[in-house]
Write a protein that binds this ligand. Structure first.
Ligand code: TRP
Length: 342
């Protein structure tokens, strides 16, 4: 019997931050390393998703490689047979299945997607593409082509996973068993244990998530930041005027964010770090400790990055893409037959 499939996307664009490192990169690597005995693990770059909103296309190609290099430096294994690493755009079945599924998807259904509404509201009308509207259908194809059961989804993606289940069930009812229906969101959370509550916040505005933003990068630590630059950002972090260190997201989000970052960077438990710091009064000392840990972390990661062999990444992509073209092609052919194209 073939293994059940776990599948997730490795974002192509956006410079990666330490928030991505601990919130996304490490969990994905952990999953690839520890689950691949029992499951097939598909990690793919959704590169066709990366221009549903406007981007600088001259940078896309190098961004994709940069990000794969960073994953590799962080420990992504390139030598495990049941871990497949591939680019969406290199497997044409993604586009082909998307078209077919488009024709079974209601406009009203897509209109209800909150991420679309959210993203569209931030763009002028003529920049809201049909691709952005359509994005969940491409995502459904990404999942259904490989019969994936488990897809780790953050809150912003749960609606898309629900849609994937809906369209899979709809097609199965109409045409017979075409697709493996992914597990419901609740089972996904049970499987992945998505309750660790990791929330790295912006250093300048600890009420919002740390992520690349249009206004300022001062509160964001990128994996490519020079260690000195990053240390300065930490020293400039927003705190509060209570004058006593406490782990308390409600009343001291800035301080709490620093305590959390310190625990992650030094591989200690939150309790241990809190024990060491709670009750102390000198915020500057805490900032210095976080700055030092940040410097060490970035130095180490960047040294590993310099050692990454691009050819090993390219070879892995080639072999995974060949294998995945086969699997995706079989699913596509079943669907083409069902709808009368073959
Ligand atoms: N939409 C996902 C995101 O924005 C990326 C993605 C595309 C994805 N296709 C997917 C994730 C399929 C999981 C499965 O993060």
């Amino acid at each position: 019997m073939s293994k059940e499939v776990i599948l997730t996307g490795i974002r192509a664009n956006n410079d990666l931050t330490i928030g991505n490192y601990f919130g996304a990169i490490m969990p994905i690597i952990d999953m690839a390393v520890h689950r691949s005995n029992d499951y097939q693990v598909n990690l793919f770059v959704p590169d066709m998703h990366s221009f549903t909103t406007p981007i600088d296309h001259s940078k896309l190609q190098s961004q994709i490689m940069h990000n794969l290099r960073k994953f590799t430096a962080a420990g992504l294994p390139l030598d495990i047979t049941d871990v497949h690493i591939y680019r969406q755009s290199h497997i044409s079945a993604h586009s082909e299945l998307t078209w077919i599924l488009d024709c079974f998807t209601g406009v009203g259904e897509m209109n209800r997607m909150t991420q679309f509404k959210d993203k569209a509201s931030k763009l002028s009308d003529d920049r809201v593409s049909v691709g952005l509207f359509n994005y969940p259908v491409l995502m459904a194809s990404d999942i259904l082509l490989y019969g994936a059961s488990y897809v780790p989804v953050g809150e912003d993606q749960t609606q898309h996973l629900e849609f994937t289940r809906d369209i899979a069930e709809r097609m199965n009812i109409r045409f017979g068993e075409l697709f493996t229906v992914p597990k419901p969101v609740k089972e996904q959370h049970e499987f992945f244990g998505n309750d660790q509550g990791l929330r790295i916040k912006d250093l300048m505005d600890p009420n919002k998530k740390m992520s690349k933003s249009d206004d300022s990068d001062k509160g964001v630590i990128f994996l490519g930041d020079s260690p000195d630059e990053a240390a300065k950002k930490v020293m400039g972090a927003t705190t509060d005027s209570l004058g006593s260190i406490r782990y308390d997201w409600n009343n001291q989000p800035g301080i709490t964010n620093l305590l959390q970052i310190l625990a992650l960077l030094t591989h200690r438990s939150q309790a241990e770090v809190n024990n060491e710091w709670e009750g102390k009064e000198r915020y500057g000392d805490l900032k210095s400790a976080v700055a030092e840990a940040t410097t060490r972390f970035l130095n180490d990661l960047q040294a590993k990055l310099a050692q990454v062999d691009d050819n090993a990444i390219l070879a892995k992509l080639e072999s995974s893409q060949a294998a995945m073209r086969d699997i995706a092609g079989q699913t596509l052919l079943k669907v083409q037959k069902a709808v009368g194209l073959r």
